[in-house]
Design a protein around this ligand. Structure first.
Ligand code: DMJ
Length: 641
C-alpha cells in the first residue's frame, strides 16, 4: 500500500542527533559532527538559492498554486513547509496586487533574517569545542527523553464518565434462546482458550498450525491484537477470568514504542476502539491510558500537506506513507473517514482538542470537495487534496466512512447535525446511483467503477443493512419506514448469498449478472474469513423489528461456522464456500472475537444488554457511550449502571 517521507514527531521539535552508545569510537562521532555542520552550511546556501530563484520568477508563475481553500478550517495543523514544496501555499492567494507585494516583501525579510540567524548559530557552534557540542546535544537529548517520559506517565484529567448502562446481563427468558446464547459463549471460549494456549501475545492465531499469526496491518511486532479486540466481548459475556488475564497482559506487555509500521485505520478501530470500550465497560484506568498513549503515536500520520492522514505510520519514527496499490499514492476514504468516533472520545477523555480537530479538519475538507453524482470516491490524494480514481463503494474502501457519519450524529446525542446532513446526502446519492434490484427481486448495492455500475456486492457491504436500519429514525421527510425496509432488503439479499452456497457461509463478493444472483463467480471471491457484516445486519434488524427470522438466520450462520470453521485449535476461515469439503485458510481473525461472536451473542440476548440509546458501536463492534453531559457523574469513576 507507498513511499515514505521523513517527518518529525511534532512540527517544531528538532530531533536530537544520535551519537551512538558511549563505547562508540570517538573519531567516528567527531567526523559525523563536522560532516553535519558542513552539510548544514551547504543546505543553508541551497535554501537561500532556492528562495532567491523563487522571487526572481515572473509573477504569473507564482500565482499558479494549488489552493485547497482551507482558510476557515479549524486547524490547518499542516506544516506546509515540510511535505509541500511551496511554503505558505495555503495562505497567499487573492486579487490585491499591492497586498501581495507587501506580503512578499515581508516574507523576503523574514527569510533573510532567519537565514542570518541560522548562519550565526552555525558559526557560533563551530567556535565551540567538540566536548561542548557533545554536551549540548546530550542535554537536548535528555530534554526530549524527559518530555516524552512525562507525556507517557501523565495523569489524565478527571472527566465526567458516562454511566455504564447495560454492560452485563441481557439474559433471555426463553430457554431455547438461552441455550443458543450459551453455545455462542462456548464458541468464544474455544477461540480465546486456543489463542491463549498457542498464540498468546501474537496478533492472531493459526488454529491448525497452532502458532501465532500476523499480517502487515499490525506491522512487524506482536501487539496482542486478539487480546485487545476481544476484551469487551469477554466482558459482556461475563468471562471475567479471561478478561483479567487480558488486562494483565496489556498492563505488562502492551508497548507502542516499537519500530513498526502499522495501519492507522486498523490500529484505530481495533486497538484504540477496543481499549476505549474496555475502559468504558470496566472503568479500569489502564485501558484509557494505553489508548491515549497509542493515539499519540498515530498523530504524525496527519503530517501531510492536506491533513488527510497517511494509511500507515511507523510508531517509532512517525514516518507515514500510503499503500502502493491505492490510486497513485492516495489515502482511502474508509480509512481516513473512520477515525471520528474514537478521536472524539480521545478529546473528551483527555481534554485535548487535538484529536477532535484532526477529524473535523478531514470533514471540512471533504465538505468543500466536489462529488461526482453526489458520491464520495474511494481515493483521495493527501498531497494534492484531489480525488484519485472515481471508484465508489459502500463495501471495501468506502464502507465505514458512511457508517461513521451516522454514528457521529448518534454518539453526539443527535446534536452533530452536520454529520447527519452529510449522511443523509450520501445515502440519497447511494440510493439513486448504486442500489438496484436484480431480475429475481434481490436488492443489492453495486459499485461505481470506470464510469459504470458493477453489479457486484461485497460481503463487507452487507453491513449497510444494519446501517440503514440504524439511521431510519431521524431520516429526512420522515422516511423511517422506507429505510428500515431497505435495511431488511439488504439483509435478505445477504442471507441469500449465504444460503446459495454449499457451506451456508457467504462468499467475499457476489454478482448479479443475468441468471447469476447473489453468487460468487471468480474463484478468488469464494472465500469466507469469519467476517461479521451479515450477522451484524441481522442483529440491528432484530433490535429494530424483533422479527424472528433474524435470529433464525443468525443461528444458521452460527451452525455453519461451527460445522465448517471450527477446528480443534480454534476457528479458521475457509477458501471456498461452494465446495462441500472445507479447505481452511488457517487464520483466526481478531475480528471474529471482536465482532462476529459479539453480534451473535447480542442477537440471542435481551435488548437491555448494551442498549442502542446509550451505546454506539464502532466499526469493529466496540461499544462507545453516547456523550451526553446530563447522563454523567462527576467523580471521574464510572457510575454504577
Ligand atoms: C473489520 O475489521 C471491521 O468491521 C472493518 O470495518 C471492516 N472489516 C473487518 C471485518 O470484516
Amino acid at each position: 500500500m507507498t513511499t515514505p517521507a521523513l517527518l518529525p514527531l511534532s512540527g517544531r521539535r528538532i530531533p536530537p542527533l544520535n551519537l551512538g552508545p558511549p563505547s562508540f569510537p570517538h573519531h567516528r562521532a567527531t567526523l559525523r559532527l563536522s560532516e553535519k555542520f558542513i552539510l548544514l552550511l551547504i543546505l543553508s546556501a541551497f535554501i537561500t538559492l532556492c528562495f532567491g530563484a523563487f522571487f526572481f520568477l515572473p509573477d504569473s508563475s507564482k500565482h499558479k498554486r494549488f489552493d485547497l481553500g482551507l482558510e476557515d478550517v479549524l486547524i490547518p495543523h499542516v506544516d506546509a513547509g515540510k511535505g509541500a514544496k511551496n511554503p505558505g501555499v495555503f495562505l497567499i492567494h487573492g486579487p490585491d496586487e499591492h497586498r501581495h507585494r507587501e506580503e512578499e516583501e515581508r516574507l523576503r525579510n523574514k527569510i533573510r533574517a532567519d537565514h542570518e540567524k541560522a548562519l550565526e548559530e552555525a558559526k557560533e557552534k563551530l567556535r565551540k569545542s567538540r566536548e561542548e557540542i557533545r554536551a549540548e546535544i546530550q542535554t537536548e537529548k535528555n530534554k526530549v527523553a524527559q518530555a516524552m517520559k512525562t507525556k507517557e506517565t501523565r495523569v489524565l484529567p478527571p472527566v465526567p464518565v458516562p454511566q455504564r448502562v447495560g454492560v452485563s446481563g441481557g439474559d433471555p427468558e426463553d430457554m431455547e434462546i438461552r441455550k443458543k446464547r450459551d453455545k455462542i459463549k462456548e464458541m468464544m471460549k474455544h477461540a480465546w482458550d486456543n489463542y491463549r494456549t498457542y498464540g498468546w501475545g501474537h496478533n492472531e492465531l493459526r488454529p491448525i498450525a497452532r502458532k501465532g499469526h500476523s499480517t502487515n496491518i499490525f506491522g512487524s511486532s506482536q501487539m496482542g491484537a486478539t487480546i485487545v479486540d476481544a476484551l469487551d466481548t469477554l466482558y459482556i459475556m461475563g468471562l471475567h477470568d479471561e478478561f483479567m488475564d487480558g488486562q494483565r497482559w496489556i498492563e505488562e506487555n502492551l508497548d507502542f514504542s516499537v519500530n513498526s509500521e502499522v495501519s492507522v485505520f486498523e490500529v484505530n478501530i481495533r486497538f484504540i476502539g477496543g481499549l476505549l470500550a474496555a475502559y468504558y465497560l470496566s472503568g479500569e484506568e489502564i485501558f484509557k491510558t494505553k489508548a491515549v498513549q497509542l493515539a499519540e503515536k498515530l498523530l504524525p500520520a496527519f503530517n501531510t500537506p492536506t491533513g488527510i492522514p497517511w494509511a500507515m505510520v511507523n510508531l517509532k519514527s512517525g514516518v507515514g506513507r500510503n499503500w502502493g496499490w491505492a490510486s497513485a499514492g492516495s489515502s482511502i476514504l474508509a480509512e481516513f473517514g473512520t477515525l471520528h468516533m474514537e478521536f472524539v472520545h480521545l478529546s473528551y477523555l483527555t481534554g485535548d482538542l487535538t484529536y477532535y480537530n484532526k477529524v473535523m479538519h478531514i470533514r471540512k475538507l471533504l465538505q468543500k470537495m466536489e462529488r461526482p453524482n453526489g458520491l464520495y470516491p474511494n481515493y483521495l490524494n493527501p498531497r494534492t487534496g484531489r480525488w484519485g480514481q472515481y471508484h465508489t463503494s459502500v463495501g471495501g474502501l468506502g464502507d465505514s466512512f458512511y457508517e461513521y457519519l451516522l454514528k457521529a450524529w448518534l454518539m453526539s446525542d443527535k446534536t452533530d447535525l452536520e454529520a447527519r446532513r452529510m449522511y443523509d446526502d450520501a445515502v440519497e446519492a447511494i440510493e439513486k446511483h448504486l442500489i438496484k434490484k436484480s431480475r429475481g427481486g434481490l436488492v443489492f448495492i453495486g459499485e461505481w467503477k470506470n464510469g459504470h455500475l458493477e453489479r457486484k456486492m461485497g460481503h463487507l457491504a452487507c453491513f449497510a443493512g444494519g446501517m440503514f436500519a440504524l439511521g431510519a429514525d431521524g431520516s429526512r421527510k420522515d422516511k423511517a419506514g422506507h429505510y428500515l425496509e431497505l435495511g431488511a432488503e439488504i439483509a435478505r439479499t445477504c442471507h441469500e448469498s449465504y444460503d446459495r452456497t454449499a457451506l451456508k457461509l457467504g462468499p467475499e463478493s457476489f454478482k448479479f449478472d443475468g441468471a447469476v444472483e447473489a453468487v460468487a463467480v471468480r474463484q478468488a471471491e469464494k472465500y469466507y474469513i469469519l467476517r461479521p457484516e451479515v450477522i451484524e445486519t441481522y442483529w440491528y434488524l432484530w433490535r429494530f423489528t424483533h422479527d424472528p427470522r433474524y435470529r433464525q438466520w443468525g443461528w444458521e450462520a452460527a451452525l455453519a461456522i461451527e460445522k465448517s470453521c471450527r477446528v480443534s485449535g480454534g476457528f479458521s476461515g475457509v477458501k471456498d464456500v461452494y465446495s462441500p469439503t472445507p479447505a481452511h485458510d488457517d487464520v483466526q481473525q481478531s475480528f471474529f472475537l471482536a465482532e462476529t461472536l459479539k453480534y451473535l451473542y447480542l442477537l440471542f440476548s435481551g435488548d437491555d444488554l448494551l442498549p442502542l440509546d446509550h451505546w454506539v458501536f464502532n466499526t469493529e463492534a466496540h461499544p462507545l457511550p453516547v456523550l451526553r453531559l446530563a447522563n454523567t457523574t462527576l467523580s471521574g469513576d464510572p457510575a454504577v449502571g
